[in-house]
Design a protein around this ligand. Structure first.
Ligand code: HAM
Length: 423
């Protein structure tokens, strides 16, 4: 038989114990921030109905689905994002759910993407969402939480929040007779502006029936930054402008206004956003992908057949942030958390070793028994590598005398302690 490849499926990752320690550390930071803001954790199955992701606007995510027909002829998909599952769960609860609610999750998501720096076919994504609040105070709270996390990991001075409001563009495009579904489709296309460039965007807009003059006017907006500059072009009466001004006011009070740049080129590639949209970028621009993205999506529930429900939230992936933290030397050294290694020199010592380990574990210590019977110097080296603080040796001499040789691995201090007194 041909040997099986030991590589994980292309675009997916294996997490060896040191990698998993780091992943748990990251998730711990995310959970701590979400808890500090009073968000409750939820989860759903990674397998969802494909119908949840079918959108007419041409969202890239729809073309990237890991989807298949199950054995009961149901069309299912591995979730590419958590938001539709969240909306489904909220809709299922209906009026029984007390609103506003604040929920968070750390789902694994799958997208059949072209592999590039910061992008894989599987990633974990920290989501925080506010359900049932129609004010931009929700967005400011969410942005503040993102920056709190970055402060915790030593990176908050290295990011900028690029913020816009879909209604800025919506109002502008409505004047050019682009409304409804066509608007969502235009957003999906111009979200790719930075990636594919002006000409390719213009070509895709033409494919959606938008003439070149109109396309030119839309694409000119992509260079506008700063609330006053944007307002001067789209008109101060635009509802998106009023909302962004309020957002900046509240962001000032929250102490995060200096991190925000109003930037018309931020539209986000998901067609369901209806108001504020934002992305978090590394200030150096060294990493071409957004660190995180979020927005307001007050009508996603109606697209799924439910009543309108104001919602806002963000997704924050593990891939880009871990790469940035590593590049900056900000990843912590995480010990295995092993206290003791009990080392019987030979099989005769196994029973005493296991009894000692059981007793020590009952006191709360983490204890491993080295049953390998390898030579002392190898057992010692392995215990040191594992980060243990003590090696407890049980050789024939110790067994005969009812003692344990307790060796402190840091200072190399060594004492013989009666078996019953080892703590
Ligand atoms: P998104 O912009 O598609 O938004 O993804 C959010 C974040 O997930 C990205 O900024 C990135 O950090 C990470 N991410 C996405 N795709 C990949 C990938 N292929 N590889 C690595 N990381 C990736 C959403 O998914 C929305 N559902 C977020 C949201 C929650 N909006 C409201 N609530």
């Amino acid at each position: 038989m041909e040997a099986i490849s030991t590589q994980p499926v292309k675009g997916t990752r294996d997490f060896y114990p040191p990698d998993l320690r780091l992943r748990h550390w990251l998730f711990g930071q995310w959970r701590a921030v979400a808890a500090a803001y009073g968000y409750e954790e939820y989860d759903a199955c990674v397998l969802e109905s494909e119908a949840l992701y079918v959108r007419k606007a041409g969202d890239e995510i729809t073309g990237q689905l890991y989807n298949f027909l199950d054995k009961g002829d149901r069309r299912v998909a591995l979730r590419p994002e958590m938001t539709p599952s969240l909306v489904r769960m909220i809709m299922a609860r209906g009026a029984a759910l007390s609103l506003p609610a604040r929920w968070f999750s750390i789902p694994q998501c799958f997208r059949y993407e072209r592999m590039q720096r910061g992008r894989k076919r599987e990633h974990f994504q920290w989501n925080m969402d506010v359900i049932g609040l129609g004010t931009v105070a929700a967005e400011v709270e969410l942005m503040t939480a993102q920056l709190d996390f970055l402060r915790r990991v030593g990176m908050d001075d290295a990011v900028t929040l690029r913020v816009s409001d879909r209604r800025v563009l919506e109002g502008f495009l409505a004047d050019l007779a682009i409304t409804g579904e066509a608007f969502g489709a235009v957003c999906v296309i111009i979200d790719k502006f930075a990636k594919i460039g002006r000409e390719a965007c213009a070509a895709e807009l033409a494919g959606r029936g938008i003439d070149s003059r109109t396309a030119g006017r839309v694409l000119d907006l992509m260079h506008l930054q700063g609330i006053d500059t944007v307002a001067a072009v789209v008109g101060a009466g635009n509802p998106g402008i009023a909302s962004l001004r309020r957002l900046l006011e509240l962001a000032g009070a929250a102490g995060i206004a200096d991190r925000i740049v109003i930037d018309c080129s931020v539209v986000r590639g998901l067609s369901y956003y209806t108001g504020t949209v934002w992305e978090l970028f590394d200030i150096t621009g060294e990493m071409p992908r957004a660190i995180a993205g979020g927005g307001r999506y007050d009508r996603l529930s109606t697209l799924l057949g439910g009543p309108m429900l104001p919602m806002a939230g963000f997704g924050f992936g593990d891939v880009v942030i871990m790469e940035l933290l590593e590049a900056r030397g900000l990843l912590p050294e995480l010990a295995r958390g092993l206290d003791d290694v009990v080392y019987p020199l030979a099989e005769e010592g196994f029973a005493a070793a296991s009894a000692l380990a059981v007793r020590l574990r009952a006191t709360g210590r983490t204890v491993q028994v080295d049953y390998s019977c390898r030579r002392f110097k190898h057992a010692l080296r392995a215990a040191e590598l594992a980060g243990a603080s003590r090696l407890l040796v049980l050789g024939p001499d110790e067994l005969a005398r009812g003692v344990v040789t307790v060796r402190a691995l840091a200072g190399r201090d060594e004492r013989q302690v009666p078996f019953a007194e080892v703590k």
